[in-house]
Ligand binder design. Sequence first.
Ligand code: SF4
Length: 280
Amino acid sequence: MSKINVAKYSGFCFGVKRAVDMALEESRKSDNVIMLGDIVHNEHVVKKIDDAGVKVMNELSTEDPGTLLLRAHGAVPGVYEEAKKMNYNVVDATCPLVIEIHEIVKKMEEEKYRIVVIGDYGHDEVVGISGQVKDAIVIAKPEDVKDKLPKMSRKLGVVVQSTQNIDNARKIISELVPYCQELKFVDTICKPTKLYQAEIRKMPHENDVMIIVGSFTSANTKRLAEISTELNSRSYQVESAQDLERGWFDNADNIGVTAGASTPDWIIEEVVEKIKELTG
Ligand code: SF4
């Protein structure tokens, strides 16, 4: 029988857990709670929050304003101000570690740095961070640097989306160096992400097969799957137990299981049970 090794650091990070708990708590207090977008990038969690009665809206409405829950990824300052003006009760579930990044870019802007955010284009957290300052430049890949920074800047202040892969950030920074006289880099990849990523750099070497559990829309799950695949070609990302295939586990003595920060524990448990069934 195969041995199943579940990552010590996997599933909900504290920021996501806190936001989900806050959403459920607000839903018990009021039947008029809204969010501007899904709580996290995971369909199962989205359904749970929807079942609790929290609605997802595209924009704020002056008709019957209730509670607006700001999600773990944070929001641009305008959303908060607009909601207050419209008489919403604003409950801020932005992860404290994301708020720290907001404070860092604001301070660097005051110190006359041109802000660069290393992160995924259009990702809610990246939009929220860039929105804290006047004209932040977002860069996702090293090869994009020359287009995003056509001319020299005197001072560049660089931060990173909390769930980025540090290797990608390092490559982008070395591309940025020729474009400025001074570069200040604050490593804002959060501690939970670093723990997940440190483990995923070891586990694919120690296991014959790696299973990464999480939604295909989740940036940090995608990152874990990418690192795992680089180190072990028998790496598979699944959204839930139903996606597992028996053939993946042929001749596998050790099977590693990890999950992104937006994957709930119950989904990881179901995946482990199903692997036991398929390999038993
Ligand atoms: S990944 Fe990190 S920054 Fe993002 S919500 Fe989780 S703990 Fe907070």
